[in-house]
Design a protein around this ligand. Structure first.
Ligand code: PLP
Length: 393
């Protein structure tokens, strides 16, 4: 039996057994193409339509506003570059605003637009990783056509004031996209309360399989496709639908909707276990939002003075605890992530950042065990590690 404790649910999650079970028939006896008009096709089309409704319920929106995509990365790219194509076709302003702490699936398309001659503003964040809606308001000009600010950050767990940010964009009449890939099952996602133009999700972050995403596009908002084909998903994501994965994400969305309250409170409990145990270790600090209300439930990100994030991850792994690091080694040089740099952590802390992300398959008891084990690793590290890295101090 594997007794390891998986605490890296922000990276990916285990597919729920109910989800696997629901998908199996679509890998076997129900194999029709939803576009066919005969009975095989109709059966497949029905499954497609009920999955769309399940996701629409999660977001409290219309089923027609839900587009299935290959993953969160494709959803973000289509939301940004697909909107940029529309902007260009209509000769609107070529200015985009985003934040300095977005996932590469947003920063990548932003840089692509910059290379095409767009002007891109990367809004700074506070030391807790929060975008100030006033900064956004001040950055909007008559040329601004796209704003993309994530709902919650994958690495430091900060939840943005997304309703306020979307309202600022709305008041200026500017398209507003939000990457909500980290939020399902952790926060209410109600599109009647948040006036975003579009939003991205990714199945593998909420117990559906990898290789399936969602792009919500508010009715009346125009995007142009990035690829062309048979017209599936209203022409925005053409190609024969990945029906087993779509059935999986549909059920995972339905379960996340039904279980939201219970899931949020058990994630908050597990989060508290780590905070209580680890923040009492000398030299260990919480990164991102300090106030629990502005953090994703279940998410703890820490900086360890003079530590090495990747080395810590490997030490924890040897003890059967799976977490992740915020710094990485590229070509022999360790550097903090762009997120850690953007919140301005002092150099002595920036390389020693780790993330612990609990999920629905974790229990409070195993979190207590993991927290004690991590605390002992961190305390030993503190006594053994020189306090400053000469090249960084
Ligand atoms: N956006 C955020 C905030 C993420 O955390 C991730 C995945 O780590 C993505 C986008 C990309 O999603 P996918 O892996 O489905 O392409």
């Amino acid at each position: 039996m594997n007794t390891s404790i998986y605490l890296d649910n922000s990276a990916t999650t285990q597919v729920r057994p109910e989800v696997v079970e629901a998908m199996v028939p679509y890998l076997g006896k129900i194999w029709g193409n939803p576009s066919s008009i005969h009975q095989f096709g109709r059966q497949a089309a029905e499954a497609l339509s009920s999955a769309r409704q399940q996701v629409a319920q999660l977001l409290n929106c219309l089923p027609e506003e839900i587009y299935f995509s290959p993953c969160g990365t494709y959803s973000n790219n289509t939301a940004i570059v697909g909107r940029a194509r529309y902007v260009e076709a209509n000769r609107l302003g070529r200015h985009m605003i985003t934040s300095a702490i977005e996932h590469p699936a947003v920063l990548g398309p932003a840089r692509h637009l910059e290379a095409q001659g767009w002007d891109v503003t990367y809004l700074p964040v506070s030391s807790q990783g929060i975008v100030n809606p006033e900064d956004l308001r001040r950055s909007i000009s008559s040329n601004t056509s796209i704003i993309s600010i994530m709902w919650a950050n994958n690495e430091i767990g900060t939840v943005q004031p997304v309703a306020q940010l979307a309202q600022v964009a709305n008041a200026a009449g500017v398209y507003f996209h939000t990457d909500a890939v980290q939020c399902v099952g952790k926060l209410p996602l109600d599109m009647t309360a948040v006036p975003a133009s579009s939003l991205s999700l990714s199945g593998h972050k909420f117990h559906a399989p990898k290789g399936i995403g969602v792009l919500y596009v508010r009715q009346g908002v125009n995007l142009m496709p990035l690829v062309w084909g048979g017209g599936q998903e209203q022409g925005l994501f053409p190609g024969t639908e990945a029906l087993p994965n779509i059935v999986g994400i549909g059920l995972a969305a339905q379960l996340a909707t039904q279980e939201l309250d219970g899931n949020m409170s058990s994630l908050r409990q597990m989060q508290q276990v780590f905070l209580d145990e680890l923040l009492s270790v000398p030299g260990v600090r919480l990164t991102g939002a300090q106030d629990i209300e502005h953090r994703l439930p279940g998410h703890v990100s820490l900086s360890i003075e003079g530590g090495d994030g990747e080395a810590l991850v490997l030490k924890a792994d040897l003890k059967g605890i799976c977490i992740s690091a915020g710094s990485a080694c590229h070509k022999g040089v360790k550097s903090p992530s762009h997120i850690i740099s953007a919140i301005g952590l002092p150099a002595r802390d920036a390389l020693g950042t780790v993330r612990i992300s609990a999920g629905r398959f974790n229990t409070t008891v195993e979190c207590q065990r993991a927290a004690r084990s991590l605390a002992s690793i961190l305390s030993n590290l503190n006594s053994n590690t020189p306090k400053a890295c000469p090249s960084l101090s």
